[in-house]
Design a protein around this ligand. Structure first.
Ligand SMILES: [Zn+2]
Length: 361
């Protein structure tokens, strides 16, 4: 059988893009890769070889990649780089019908760069594969960390939450273990998904379902790590339930509400935060500020806590205006002035007009 394979490799230049856990792996300072495949027939042929990665500082036993794989007839292998005869380990691929995929391999723990390759496992058509990110890390449980909350502003238990598409809208799996309660958050962290920039609500729901699968089965977490996802259309989608401990900012998850923007807001992709998207984050943030007394300056980007590009330059640049919008939130209900009135009455023998003016607002 005649076979013909033409292969082009394109490594996309990009600054390091770290994820929500683990170490981002770069290849000649590039964190993502694309390769196009033109194939007729199938055979045991390499479609892509990353070559040795840049140094990976910490030891690792897990390789985790995610991206877009239009044709299921591609498999992946990883090896610890540097050996003349690499010990290739197959990655277990989880591919959704829409082409979103993640893949993982477990290896003996050790340091060193890694190498990644793709093989023809029955390619049926011309296509291009996008690897959005590669990570190497030691698999383990979620690491909540600990921190002391700062002083809070006033809290309003009756604050109204904007409409949030519930977990049932994206057919969420139940968590694999009971949640840990985290009932009084004092900070909000903005992320980007480093994934699809979705164009319809259905795409967004599918993407959130993909992220949950990636977090549970890829990262080994009990559920999707974020509490909320916001898409470019301005839809807000429920992730891990509010009031439970999240898994999105390694070592700083306690008291931390995780909001992820769907898309990749960092070079070279440079998705743009849309006006409806920012309005949705503002509405959600205002609710959280009012409900829990979170201070607006406690809205931060993932990169404020650790070395990561998340939430991407384009989204990170919006944080100052978002903080100002949170600070301009409608004033919480006026405090009960009854005691102040009584005190004023006792002192002045009447209630000053200014009390009435304040109380009536
Ligand atoms: Zn992040």
């Amino acid at each position: 059988m005649n076979t013909k394979l033409s292969l082009t490799l394109l490594m996309i230049a990009v600054a390091a893009r770290a994820e929500d856990v683990g170490q981002p792996v770069t290849f000649a300072a590039r964190a993502s890769a694309s390769f196009s495949v033109t194939a007729f027939g199938a055979g045991p042929r390499a479609l892509f070889d990353s070559g040795d990665s840049d140094p990976v500082p910490e030891p690792w036993d897990t390789v985790l990649i995610q991206g877009f794989l239009p044709d299921p007839g591609v498999s992946f292998e990883a090896a610890r780089a540097g050996s003349a005869r690499p010990d290739w380990i197959p990655l277990e691929v989880h591919r959704f019908p829409n082409g979103r995929f993640w893949a993982r391999a477990r290896a003996a723990i050790g340091p060193g760069p890694l190498r990644l390759r793709a093989l023809d496992a029955g390619v049926s058509r011309d296509h291009a594969v996008d690897i959005y990110s590669v990570e190497a890390f030691v698999a383990g449980a979620e690491a909540p960390g600990a921190a002391v909350p700062p002083a809070r502003g006033p809290q309003n238990p009756d604050a109204k939450r904007p409409f949030v598409y519930p977990r049932s809208a994206w057919k969420a799996l139940p968590p694999t273990q009971p949640y840990i309660s985290d009932p009084m958050p004092w900070r909000i962290t903005l992320h980007h998904s480093d994934g699809r920039y979705t164009r319809t609500l259905q795409e967004s729901l599918d993407e959130v379902r993909f992220i949950q699968d990636f977090h549970i089965h890829g990262r080994g977490w009990i559920d999707i790590g974020y509490h909320f996802a916001v898409d470019p259309l301005g839809n807000i989608i429920e992730g891990r339930p509010e009031g439970t401990l999240g898994a999105h900012t390694l070592g700083n998850n306690v008291g931390n509400v995780g909001i992820v923007l769907l898309g990749d807001y960092h070079p070279p992709v440079n998705d743009l935060p849309t006006a409806p998207e920012l309005a949705a984050v503002t509405a959600l943030g205002r609710y959280l500020v009012a409900r829990y007394g979170i201070r607006p300056d406690e809205l931060k980007g993932h990169r404020d806590y650790m070395a990561t590009a998340c939430p991407g330059d384009r989204a990170y640049a919006k944080l100052p205006v978002l903080r100002r919008a949170l600070a301009a939130a409608p004033a919480p209900p006026a405090p009960d002035l009854t005691r102040a009135r009584r005190a004023a009455d006792a002192i002045f023998g009447f209630v000053p007009a200014s009390f009435d003016a304040r109380a009536s607002k």
